[in-house]
Write a protein that binds this ligand. Structure first.
Ligand SMILES: NC(=O)c1ccc[n+]([C@@H]2O[C@H](COP(=O)([O-])OP(=O)(O)OC[C@H]3O[C@@H](n4cnc5c(N)ncnc54)[C@H](O)[C@@H]3O)[C@@H](O)[C@H]2O)c1
Length: 326
């Protein structure tokens, strides 16, 4: 390529960026929502918290729900709730037991879903666990489990369901990550690292779809601050007006809207959008002071997680050292 041709190619790219900037702002102010009736939506960790609420919302929009969880009774109960919402529709919801920390379990579940329900067109990687231990206090098996559920399982589900989406150039991969996937937090090293991995997977996947020209395969990554689902019981925030502990209904309404409008990145509350920006422009010590100011470094001090009596996750309370089995 001659220097002139190179210059022309750069000019075209710059014009494209400006055009996409305008288009992005237009879509922000005038979003269009896609229909999801008839879509097959698979949600991992659908037995409780965000997964359950999102399943109910997608069911109201007449998507077919595939509910996956290690807690089979919990997903069966959610499937029953969905069937009660849509008594006319026997194929409204399907429940599957799957331990996402096992690759074999994930692929076996995926094979059953494809033959019993059909090709998944909306994949929501939502299941997650937290140990809440300081780095040196966290037993190795718990660290491995955190990564296998919060990060590695996403690879297996994406590998199982993405090929059909690519073939039809139609689909959506949703990654429920965390604001802890954008910034480190004292007392959350394993969780933060696993969520950074999930954020990286989403971003790379988005670029791969662009490169393949599969514009019909959308991706969304969700990075919320703490949500009052029970998973992070005991955490605190210093400035609840700017950085509130979110209500599950609010978080799910925003996630649903992000899916329907094909929003690529959703941070909640909006303040979280500033974190990566602040991190990249502030000197490290100034950023550390900001993190201290907002109480992020102390947010885990009183964390105790869900009490084991009503625990449906592999969350380990602070005093335990064993891996919780299901
Ligand atoms: N709650 C928060 O404060 C918060 C904040 C940011 C991000 N998130 C993320 O949102 C997602 C949902 O969180 P939530 O608050 O609804 O949690 P939750 O504990 O209510 O639900 C998690 C679900 O995942 C399931 N699960 C756990 N381990 C599993 C495994 N090995 N295999 C299959 N299923 C398994 C559990 O049984 C449970 O039903 C998680 O990825 C979490 O990391 C939560």
């Amino acid at each position: 390529m001659s220097a002139l041709q190179e210059l022309a190619a750069i000019a075209v790219d710059v014009i494209r960026i400006l055009g996409l900037l305008v288009l992005g702002w237009f879509r922000f102010f005038f979003p269009t929502r896609k229909p999801v009736d008839g879509e097959i939506a698979l949600i991992t960790g659908a037995g409780s918290g965000l997964g359950r609420l999102l399943a109910l919302e997608l069911a109201k929009l007449r998507a077919t729900l595939v509910l996956v969880d290690v807690n089979f009774e919990a997903v069966q109960a959610v499937a029953a709730e969905i069937r009660a919402l849509r008594p006319d529709d026997k194929a409204a919801a399907f429940a599957y037991k799957c331990d996402l920390s096992s690759r074999d379990d994930v692929y076996a579940m995926a094979a059953r879903v494809k033959s019993e329900v059909g090709q998944v067109s909306i994949l929501v990687n939502n299941a997650g666990i937290v140990t809440g231990r300081k780095l040196l206090d966290c037993p190795d098996p718990l660290i491995e489990k955190t990564f296998s559920v919060n990060t590695t399982a996403h690879f297996w589900t994406v590998k199982a369901f993405l090929p059909a989406m690519i073939e039809s150039n139609h689909g959506h991969v949703v990654t429920i990550a965390s604001s802890a996937g954008l910034i480190g937090v004292a007392g959350l090293a394993d969780y933060c690292a696993s969520k950074h991995g999930a954020v990286g997977l989403d971003e790379s996947l988005r670029y791969e779809m662009h490169k393949l020209g599969k514009t019909g395969v959308k991706t969304t990554v969700v990075c919320p601050f703490f949500i009052d689902t029970g998973m992070f019981e005991g955490v605190t925030t210093r400035f609840p007006l700017i950085l509130p502990i979110l209500k599950p209904d609010y978080a799910v309404a925003k996630i649903l809207d992000a899916i329907l409008t094909n929003q690529s990145i959703l941070c909640m509350p909006r303040f979280v959008y500033l974190m990566p920006f602040a991190k990249s422009i502030l000197p490290t010590q100034a950023m550390d002071a900001v993190v201290r100011l907002f109480g992020v470094s102390n947010s885990m001090d009183d964390f105790h997680g869900r009490s084991s009596a009503n625990s449906t996750t592999a969350t380990a309370s602070k005093g335990r050292t064993d891996v919780k089995s299901h």
